[in-house]
Design a protein around this ligand. Structure first.
Ligand code: MN
Ligand code: MN
Length: 472
């Protein structure tokens, strides 16, 4: 018998040293690590099911943080190394901080993910009756392919606020006994015209009307009796009238729960991976970051999907204001702190999809199961509307991840001039900090059901944790 097979050729050895490995990441990790990934994702699925909208994700984060010893930040108090605090911004975004041994003196470590996802928001005046049907008018939020939303079972989530200062939370459609709602579509028999139109025309924003009822209130031949019946039911259950829709944040999201995907259960199919799939790892990294060198700040932000505008988005000053409070307590100026700060903008990238291979450039795409994806820049065209992580900062992140044995890869968002997109990275870069995107590759991004790999979710957690705990 020959042992030739076990001896690597010179070429094989040199390739190992010089080439970037393109092997499936599952070959590079131990069976134990795969098991840890599966275990980590059990609670992630629970987070998805209980955090379909940003308010619910914040409620989950507050409960988890308080259980782990975080307390609500009070700027009149003095904090010391190891203390854990949080700031709740309008129940729609949250900052979690773990005070480091060096406080803010050497800058802070930021991990920022977003907890809003594309969906169908109710218009301010949503309820109407037409042809014996009660319907909701919606205004979509974020980048959706509108044709994907008809005939998907939908759940209604959000809050209604009343003039007396009280409010109620709404979540209908997720439990088996709940009713669901849906956008209807035209039968193929009669869709000859529709099917010959371009996708953007065949299904536009005003087609996204949601069916919510069909029975009249009584036998009286009054007009709008079906609408009246719906309002009567809503009044009985929630004490709300039609005018109360004006002071509501109500939204329709897919009603189904997160599920294992594939015979091997290696993936998860769910609504809202973008970007809960980075928010959950960031939250867990914050909770497990015991006594870091520099203060670690995790932000679960809102409004990323529409460009980060608004008081709970990353264009708001809420994060920098908090860092300024910490800096002042340390006798530092916030601008000096930011100049020394580093950030992982934890957001998803598009995983290479072999069915749509022509949209990608294979050498610069991220792949399912190859670990957390680092995206040096996003944007579109000639690198417009994005920051671009420096060579030096990329080297720093490579070292942290490699030293800790974290599985990672790089990827651009599709091929050059194929479209584009952005993340919150540029807003952090504009505050004069070093930042790069790191997150999970996603198949079918922004669809009602998106797909990720469990191994990649776990590696994104490990990347964030090691970044938080790395020495200055
Ligand atoms: Mn995102
Ligand atoms: Mn997105």
């Amino acid at each position: 018998m020959s042992n030739k097979k076990e001896e690597k050729s010179e070429a094989a050895k040199l390739k190992e040293k010089l080439f970037v490995s393109k092997k499936n990441g599952c070959y590079k990790v131990s069976a134990e690590e795969l098991e840890k990934a599966d275990e980590f994702c059990k609670e992630y699925k629970n987070f998805l099911d209980n955090g379909k909208i940003e308010r619910e994700a914040v409620a989950y984060a507050v409960a988890a943080a308080e259980k782990a010893g975080f307390t609500e930040y009070d700027r009149t108090k003095t904090y010391s190394a190891g203390d854990k605090v949080y700031v709740n911004n309008r129940n729609k975004a949250i900052i979690l901080a773990v005070i480091g041994k060096n406080g803010t003196h050497n800058g802070v470590r930021l991990g920022i993910a977003h907890i809003d996802s594309p969906r169908l928001d109710l218009k301010p005046n949503p309820l109407y009756e037409t042809s014996n049907l009660a319907m909701f008018k919606t205004h979509y939020y974020g980048g959706i392919k509108k044709y994907q939303w008809p005939t998907v079972p939908l759940a209604l989530h959000g809050v209604v606020a009343f003039k007396d200062g009280t409010s109620i939370t709404v979540a209908i459609g997720d439990n088996d006994e709940d009713p669901v709602f849906c956008v209807t579509d035209l039968l193929p028999h009669l869709a000859v015209d529709q099917m010959s139109q371009v996708m953007t025309k065949a299904f536009n924003g005003e087609h996204l009307n949601v069916l919510i009822g069909s029975r009249p209130f009584s036998q009286d031949e009054e007009s709008e009796n079906v609408k009246l019946n719906i309002l009567s039911l809503l009044y009985d259950k929630y004490n709300i009238t039609e005018e109360d829709f004006l002071s509501a944040d109500l939204t329709l999201v897919p009603a189904f729960k997160a599920r294992d995907l594939g015979f091997d259960r290696s993936m998860i199919g769910a609504y809202g991976h973008d970007d809960k799939v980075c928010a959950y790892p960031a939250l867990m990294a914050a909770i497990n970051a015991e006594l870091p060198e520099s203060t670690v700040i995790t932000v679960l932000t809102d409004r990323e999907e529409i460009g980060s505008d608004g008081n709970t988005g990353m264009k708001s000053t809420y994060t920098i204001d908090f860092i300024e409070d910490l800096a002042k307590a340390d006798g530092e100026e916030v601008r000096h702190v930011m100049a020394k700060s580093t950030c992982l903008s934890a957001d998803v990238n598009a995983a290479f999809d072999p069915t749509y291979a022509s949209a990608f450039e294979a050498n610069n795409s991220s792949y399912i199961n190859n670990g957390a994806v680092i995206t040096k820049y996003t944007g579109s065209g000639g690198k417009y509307s994005t920051s671009d992580a420096s060579a030096e900062y990329m080297a720093k992140i490579r070292k942290i991840l490699d030293d800790a044995g974290v599985l990672w890869q790089t990827g651009e968002l599709g091929k050059v001039d194929g479209g584009g997109g952005g993340t919150i990275a540029k807003f952090v870069a504009n505050l004069n900090a070093d930042v790069v995107d790191l997150g999970v590759p996603v198949l079918s991004m922004h669809a009602p059901m998106e797909v990720v790999s469990k191994l990649d979710v776990y590696m994104t957690y490990r990347a964030l944790y090691e970044f938080y705990m790395a020495k200055d």
